[in-house]
Design a binder for this molecule. Sequence first.
Ligand code: RFL
Ligand code: PHB
Length: 389
Amino acid sequence: MRTQVCIIGGGPSGLLLSQILHRAGIDTVVLERKSRDYVLGRIRAGVLEWGTVELLRSAGVGARMDAEGFAHDGTFLALQNRGFRIDFRQLTGKQVMVYGQTEVTRDLYDARAAAEGKILHGVEGVTLHDPDGDAPFVSYVLNGTEHRVDCDYIAGCDGFHGVSRTSVPAAVRKEYERTYPFGWLGILSQTPPVSHELIYANHARGFALCSMRNRHLSRYYIQAPLDDPIEKWTDDRFWDELRRRIPDDAAQSLVTGPSVEKSLAPLRSFVAEPMRWGRLFLVGDAAHIVPPTGAKGLNLAMSDVHYLSRALIAYYRDRDVGGIDRYAATALARAWKAIRFSWWFTTTMHRFPDQSEFDQRIQESELEYLEHSAAAQTVLAENYIGLPY
Ligand code: RFL
Ligand code: PHB
């Protein structure tokens, strides 16, 4: 098989890239290891930056998001059960959209299916060949038979555990990493959200986040030790712990119910450089990971897709390689700013096992400063709603 751009990974970044390139007349093949149902079963991001919203609209996949998503003007932060609000709209003129990654992915699958896009599920043993040569190809096994796709370019959209990043030789690759000594225990429940906007809570017992998917579906997280067995976290224990950590008025009005999903995710900051190796581009989680505190992971994946799709379209339309040559530097410059913001917000909001009383007072002053300084709030707001592309 031959295509122009072979895309490894059918998560949000791979699907959006194939959708945008298709609309520009560029042929792609998407190779995805898992089934479509498995990909749609992963509960992940919930908050879209406005740049992501506009990108999805311009790719022709914004209709259901506009009908069913919720535009939020601000968010609440809390310190020891007392909350205050950051008004994004007043501070920056922009909002964010609450619309789950599952829904974004479903819309992209539907759009690709309507256009008869080539997405192969259940591929195994994906291997990249000669990504830095003139004639790269990708081999894979499907239903026990080996196949190959010859292509002009390879887009590595295969997430943190994919094969694309490690196809960049170790001698060329530089990785930067910080891990955090705790995880996020998340549950999804068919209950009305406790607040009309998100609540990020700093508490002596650990961080908590109240989020949502729609009027009847809530998403809550609490900071928890990574080695805690998940069976220990019965629904009742989760709700009790959440109630203790959030503002009093929210705790009193919290509606609880059985969880429909429960998982414990590790937190990590990670960047791999370069994001381009010859004819291979790394996109999204394949190149960088952020802790979820700033709601940046999916949004960063989307901005990478924006830069890469623009570069490939200029190449196929005018043989202009400028965007391709600038892709790594442009995407990394934006990614590092989101890495910084996510690290700062994580550090400010969580309880660290080795936190001294001094560290504790610094955290409290940071939040008190945020509560009363329009300048500090603007810094948070402009990062949260998303830096410009
Ligand atoms: P994905 O979504 O991991 O997709 C990669 C795809 O590649 C496939 N794959 C392979 N296919 C073929 N061959 C191989 N060898 C392969 N290896 C892997 C995988 O099966 C998969 O389908 O990466 P992508 O597209 O770059 O998208 C990134 C986002 O998924 C991620 O950044 C976000 O989910 C992060 N994230 C959040 N981001 C936000 O912007 N806002 C949020 O509110 C937010 N909340 C979150 C999050 C991530 C979380 N977890 C569990 C990691 C909350 C959580 C709890
Ligand atoms: C979510 O709704 O899953 C969510 C929202 C905000 C975050 C992280 C996750 O910062």
